[in-house]
Design a protein around this ligand. Sequence first.
Ligand code: FPP
Length: 255
Amino acid sequence: MRIADDVQTNAAPGRDTATAARGVARHVAIIMDGNGRWATARGLPRVAGHRAGVQAVRRAIETAVQLGVEWLTLYAFSSENWRRPASEVLDLTGLLRHFLKSEIAELKAQGARLRFIGDRARFDPDIQLDLGHAERDTAGNTKLNLVIALSYGARAEIVAAAQAAVREIAEGRFAADALDETRFEGFLSTAGIPDPDLIIRTSGEQRLSNFLLWQCAYAELVFLDLLWPDFGAEAFAAALAEFARRERRFGARPG
Ligand code: FPP
């Protein structure tokens, strides 16, 4: 059986009909959680969990391509993660540095277009450069839009968007009354990216942890009882199948 066979249509309004016909959430965003617990359970250092987490990232990307998910957003590093012990921050940024050097060719071959959201200015200059290279090198790809959230926090994103909007209003570019939801979205780091249809969080924790708070207003949330390094095609398909069973109402009453 192909992984997608039991995944039914559950379309968001206005979404691409070809994707809807294939019955897959157009935009899946994942809170990758549980690397540390995975390592601890095996008597390994936490970095081993993060390394295994990178393998799971590879599997998630491959599966997204296979299943025809158009947008995949991965929460790789939150703005709060900077508060972890310096050695763990170094491990995580080291893995990111390595990922950017070693994976871009493969991502290009897979047809993935990369985009990063979050405060990239907090990373070392060489990482910032590689983030820009990765975006430029993959800009022509259309098979999968891969968004990686790095040093990302939704509240900071919303405040920055509000500041940018207020600046433009003060400059007389548009009137305060003309600031509606659509215009405001244009100031977010996700401008141009469709809202997630489905948020998956691994590790059994059931919270959003400052992830895409504006964008997931109508997202379906699926919490999986497995740790991120154990995530693979089966878990991805199970989450999509659960998504397909949900009745999405977008605030309306059932017909
Ligand atoms: C949560 O596990 C995971 C993270 C804080 C980092 C996620 C990072 C990766 C999967 C690897 C790097 C990714 C890329 C794209 C290079 P946790 O450490 O909070 O686990 P715990 O809750 O069990 O302690």
